[in-house]
Design a binder for this molecule. Structure first.
Ligand SMILES: [Zn+2]
Length: 512
């Protein structure tokens, strides 16, 4: 996510109309430090969850005579999120949305497998009213317990058994709230938009809301015929019925729930053909507000160049589609929604300066770092944000807008005294995880050399594609690729509660 541009853009827009940010200033602390208002507060520990909190992910929560009952995957930062003991394979999401009233009906059919023996299913749900619930076609009792909806089964299901749960809920998207501290669905003048990182999806539909349980998705979104509805993946079908239209989107690549995109407004779809990358043929499809097609023009070419640049640096682009979704959403906020990142029309307004280059590079890089490889816990957020921030610095270097040395130096000088360690930062979306993560990567590059560093990034994605990974796993892969003991390096740059050193290490490969 490029939440840091909330401040960035506020600064850029503070001038008389043509103010731009410079590459240097994008890394200055007053530019990149998110305000506290934009930083979601960590979810407090559960108070009503009956189960005890597990200490490690995927650990069942409660054991009762061999029956496990879980309402958490044990994320240390968000202990209420997710459910251990199930593996969701597919979400079939039917939405009926009235943008005028904000009413949002969601009927979600969740197919998966039990990985423990249990007599209940629980999904994250924070706010919506449950209308009906069934499992394998039979109506079941559903209770809302804290931030979960729990479906009570009349018998114990075994490890490996499949399930199909269907839950219908209703919520109302209120006018007024914006992203930070809330995540979820928000109102625009003529529609809705969403940013769901880290826990927003479960504010409007039931879901196993943690990156450790990726699944494929289908979205059938019914809206009035005068607007369009957009979600991740391929637009599979459009069905008009009376004065409403159902838009069917299919996401066949496994996707974490926080990467779900939901947009409703007056949109145009722009087909930009295909591009040949090392991963194969990637099709390019953009979404712009009706009448704003011309504003997209400068970004089409930049996107193609960035795809080629990052595909070479980071290894094969992980998906078979890419595009930009430019919405009437919150200025200064961009989100790496899988395959179709979200940008505000206030930021991608047709101009092409440092801010636009930064946003486009950052959200594209997240497709490798965040989307293909997702954080195993939310404490590992620097594996997303540090990498995407370093990628935007690499892009500035590539196009001659700055140099990687200068960007890295500015990142290091921007770092705060507090909020460490990088491996468990105080703020999820703060300068520590963005610039601190980028600085750690630059220091690692200097330590192990360019060849091993970029080999490591490529290996990282190959090893963990379609999955999740931890900081400890990154250290292990870095040691494998470089053949070095990096314990001291990670102690200093990643795990230190006092933050990293003031200076970068000497380059391993340069003469001077
Ligand atoms: Zn980001």
């Amino acid at each position: 996510m490029a939440i840091f541009t909330v401040v960035c853009v506020a600064a850029a827009c503070a001038g008389d109309g043509d103010a731009v940010i410079t590459p240097e200033s994008t890394l200055a602390p007053d530019i990149t430090s998110p305000t506290s208002a934009t930083t979601p507060a960590p979810t407090p520990a559960p108070t009503t969850t009956p189960a005890t909190t597990p200490t490690t992910p995927e650990t069942p929560t409660t054991e009762v005579d061999e029956v496990f009952r879980s309402t958490s995957v044990g994320d240390p930062r968000y202990p209420t999120l997710g459910t251990a003991g199930i593996d969701v394979e597919h979400y079939d999401v039917a939405l009926d949305i009235d943008p005028t009233s904000g009413r949002l009906d969601a009927t979600v059919r969740i197919s998966g497998t039990f990985t423990v023996a249990t007599d209940q299913l629980s999904f994250d749900l924070d706010g919506p009213t449950v209308r009906t619930a069934s499992v394998d076609g039979d109506e079941v009792d559903a209770t809302v317990e804290g931030r979960d909806v729990v479906l009570h089964l009349d018998d114990v299901r075994d490890v490996g058994d499949g399930f199909v749960a269907e839950i219908a809920v209703t919520s109302r998207v209120e006018d007024g709230p914006s992203f930070g501290p809330d995540a979820g669905v928000f109102v625009s003048d003529d529609g809705l938009w969403s940013v769901n990182e880290p826990d927003g999806v479960s504010t409007w539909m039931p879901v196993n809301d943690h990156p450790t349980d990726k699944a494929t998705w289908t979205f059938d979104i019914t809206v009035p015929t005068d607007v369009e509805a957009v979600a991740n993946g391929e637009l599979d079908d459009i069905t008009v019925s009376g004065d409403s239209t159902t838009w069917t989107w299919r996401q066949d690549d496994p996707m974490a729930s926080y990467l779900v995109l939901l947009l409703v407004d007056d949109y145009e779809f722009v087909d930009d053909g295909e591009i040949e990358l090392s991963s194969g043929t990637v099709s390019l499809h953009h979404v712009v507000l009706d009448g704003r097609r011309d504003d997209l023009e400068p970004y089409i070419d930049v996107t193609r160049r960035q795809l080629e640049f990052f595909d070479e640096l980071f290894g094969p682009y992980p998906f078979d589609r890419y595009g930009l979704a430019i919405a009437d959403s919150q200025p200064g906020l961009a989100m790496e929604t899988q395959g179709l990142p979200l940008f505000s029309v206030a930021d991608l307004d047709g101009s092409l300066g440092p801010l636009q280059h930064l946003l486009l590079a950052h959200e594209l890089a997240h497709q490798w770092f965040g989307d293909a490889v997702s954080p195993a816990t939310w404490d590992d957020i620097w594996l997303n944000e540090g990498f995407a921030t370093y990628a935007q610095m690499l892009w500035f270097d590539e196009i001659g807008m700055s140099t990687i040395e200068r960007e890295a130096e500015l990142a290091l000088r921007s770092l705060p005294d507090d909020g460490w360690p990088l491996s468990a930062p105080t703020e999820l979306f703060g300068t520590v995880s963005y610039n601190g993560g980028a600085a750690a990567l630059h220091a690692l590059r200097l330590t192990i050399g360019d060849d091993d560093f970029f080999a490591l990034l490529r290996r990282w994605v190959v090893d963990h594609d379609e999955g999740t990974a931890t900081t400890a796993e990154f250290e292990r892969v870095a040691e494998e690729v470089s053949g070095r003991d990096l314990g001291d390096f990670f102690d200093e740059w990643v795990d230190s509660p006092d933050g990293p050193p003031d200076e970068y290490p000497a380059s391993a490969t340069e003469d001077g």
